[in-house]
Design a protein around this ligand. Structure first.
Ligand code: B16
Ligand code: MG
Length: 217
């Protein structure tokens, strides 16, 4: 059967969460909101607009639609500045080798990320060449746990959803994969992530052979 692997970006291939945190914290502090690293956990895998809503809820602050747009743009400008220095050294352990090996097994590879900056990040990391298809936050209207991003990824690779394996670090992403009828590898801690076919702490803790076995069983 033709197989496809679909990768989330932040938390699976690169740790951009730390840069999101710096930019959101700067914005929060400007508005007098206290924003901790623990609060930042709630924003992982969540869209930019929803992240801002969560931040405003934390601070008990209300803003008009126009003000929200302005704030989200401001945060993104800081964030883009921060990720401007990303290089291949920032790829998480094991991710690049895994991608290259999978391609060698004739497995199709897609990106399925909520980030509108995903194409820029892949370019900076120098791994855009390894993807057959890329679905990012600019191409979806429904956020994870809706399966839209992964279903579009499968479609773009011309692979049936049941023959796709998703790699995801956020609980909402695992749910999205399952709702889409796909197998899923959770990247992170077993204590936090539920419902994946297997959870490992990083891309260096799983082999392509193991991944294929999970997909085929
Ligand atoms: P942007 P992923 C997600 O990436 C991040 O985990 C999440 O924290 C962020 O808010 C979201 O992208 C949107 O990012 O502001 O760049 O469009 O995990 O889906 O790859
Ligand atoms: Mg993620």
């Amino acid at each position: 059967m033709n197989k496809g692997f679909i990768f989330d970006l932040d938390g699976v291939i690169v740790d951009t969460a730390k840069f999101h945190y710096i930019a959101w914290k700067r914005l929060a502090n400007e508005m007098g909101i206290d924003f901790t690293e623990e609060d930042n956990e709630q924003l992982k895998g969540v869209s930019r607009v929803r992240s801002l809503e969560i931040l405003l809820e934390l601070g008990g602050i209300e803003k008009t639609e126009e003000e929200r747009q302005m704030l989200a743009t401001k945060k993104n400008e800081w964030y883009v500045e921060l990720i401007g220095g990303l290089t291949s050294d920032d790829i998480l352990p094991g991710a690049e080798d895994f991608l290259e090996e999978a391609a060698g097994h004739s497995i199709k590879i897609a990106l399925g990320s909520a980030s509108k900056n995903a194409p820029f990040i892949l370019k900076k990391l120098g791994i855009d060449r390894l993807f057959d298809a890329s679905i990012d936050g600019t191409q979806v209207s429904k956020a994870k746990p809706d399966p839209e991003v992964f279903l579009k990824g499968a479609e773009a690779m011309s692979i049936l959803p049941e023959n796709c394996l998703v790699f995801e670090d956020a609980q909402a992403g695992i749910e999205a994969a399952k709702r889409g009828g796909m197998k899923c590898i959770g990247i992170g801690s077993n204590e936090v992530l539920n419902g994946a076919d297997l959870t490992v702490s990083g891309m260096d803790k799983i082999t392509v052979k193991q991944a294929i076995e999970i997909l085929e069983n």
